[in-house]
Design a protein around this ligand. Structure first.
Ligand code: SF4
Length: 372
């Protein structure tokens, strides 16, 4: 990392008070933003804390012992999260991803999962409930998460080499414990399991083939994520990005690959399979192959701020409505107005050179706060 970043402007409090429509029209699940993108995927951050200090997300120099994490009272309660989720589902959300920080650090998370598992779409279907974790406590929690109604899980793992992994998580955490968590998640049936590796050129790109060899021949889908200019603290530089095309080329040189169709509209990963049929990999290329055109994701922060893009710098204070004297119809109406006005497409603008990564960087929201 180039040099110590300036202290964070306390972004957590920069959120607009949502406008509540005078007349509330019941949601019909067909909400579209200004680019015609539906609202289908809600990412809910349940904590801003983490036991890792990955430099691309929570560099230790900034998120040190003095860093003031959110007080418990400002976090949305499970009841508030479930109420908000129910209103988003009425607007068309079909998938809920629990994130953080590290979501498994939030006590009794299985209670929230059970509440979300009771929700049904307007058509009466179950939701797809998933979670992204660093795997550090997964071995202990997997069974309870499954029993509560979690469908599947994504584990972040940036290296298979123990020394490199410990350096990247900057908490001296052993890779073996994460692999044990993945094995336990497999055993209890939390699949399909995905493993996400953030690739930083010059830091862990020499692990790409080692990771591919480790997960090839298993049902686990390994995805390689381009290092992104999220937030304002990771000192992002373009020369530390290894384009996904090079990741694919490196793997294909040893294991021939062929492209696969997307599973669904809005999927972030481009899918590939080993030609010998021994598994699938993916690449998530926000920097070199932006996918904003069908981005159907909204993000709810730990304290109830609604963000419409991972690179947003302003949220919408849903907590004020959830804790205020507003009906479900009024809050649903406010969510509708917010999404309908959405025009976010940061990665496309960055690719077009219309959004300089450094511009406004000090105001961009941090990934540990709204989840990846
Ligand atoms: S940059 Fe924003 S709009 Fe584009 S895909 Fe990412 S979250 Fe969606």
């Amino acid at each position: 990392m180039a040099d110590k970043m300036i202290p964070l402007a306390d972004l957590r409090y920069a959120a607009a008070m949502p406008r509540v429509p005078a007349v509330s029209v019941p949601p019909i699940g067909l909400l579209g933003d200004t680019l015609g993108r539906p609202l289908r995927d809600l990412r809910i951050s349940v904590t801003d804390r983490c036991n890792f200090r990955c430099s691309y997300c929570m560099p230790k120099e900034v998120f040190d012992k003095q860093y003031a994490f959110l007080p418990q009272t400002s976090l949305l309660s499970f009841e508030e999260i479930a109420r908000a989720a129910r209103l988003f589902v009425a607007h068309g959300v079909r998938k809920i991803r629990l994130t953080g920080g590290e979501p498994l650090l939030r006590k009794h998370l299985e209670v929230l999962i059970a509440m979300l598992a009771e929700l049904r779409t307007p058509e009466g279907d179950h939701l797809d409930i998933t979670l992204t974790t660093n795997g550090s406590v997964l071995a202990r929690k997997a069974q309870a998460l499954k029993d509560a109604g979690l469908n599947r899980i994504t584990v972040s793992l940036d290296a298979i080499d123990d020394a490199i992994f410990r350096r990247m998580n900057d908490a001296d955490f052993p890779v073996a414990d994460v692999l044990e968590g993945i094995a336990e998640a497999q055993r209890v049936g939390l699949g399909p399991i995905k493993v996400n590796m953030v690739v930083k050129r010059g830091t862990n790109d020499d692990q790409i083939l080692a990771m591919a060899r480790h997960f090839k021949g298993t049902p686990i889908v390994l995805r390689f994520i381009e290092y992104m200019d999220v937030g304002a603290t990771n000192g992002w530089r373009m020369d530390e990005v290894l384009p996904s095309a090079q990741v694919i080329a490196r793997i294909a040189a040893e294991f021939p690959l062929e492209p696969l169709e997307a599973n669904e509209t809005g999927e972030t990963a481009a899918r590939w399979r080993y030609r010998d049929g021994s598994g699938e990999i993916g690449v998530i290329s926000s920097v070199t192959q932006a996918f904003c055109h069908d981005c159907n994701r909204a993000r709810l922060s730990t304290e109830g701020k609604l963000f419409l893009c991972l690179f947003a710098s302003q949220g919408h204070d849903l907590r004020a409505l959830l804790r205020g004297d507003y009906s479900d119809a009024q809050i649903a109406g406010a969510i509708g107005l917010i999404w309908q006005a959405r025009g976010d497409r940061y990665s496309e603008l960055r690719s077009e050179g219309a959004a300089a990564p450094s511009a406004g960087a000090e105001r961009r929201v941090e990934m540990h706060y709204i989840g990846g």
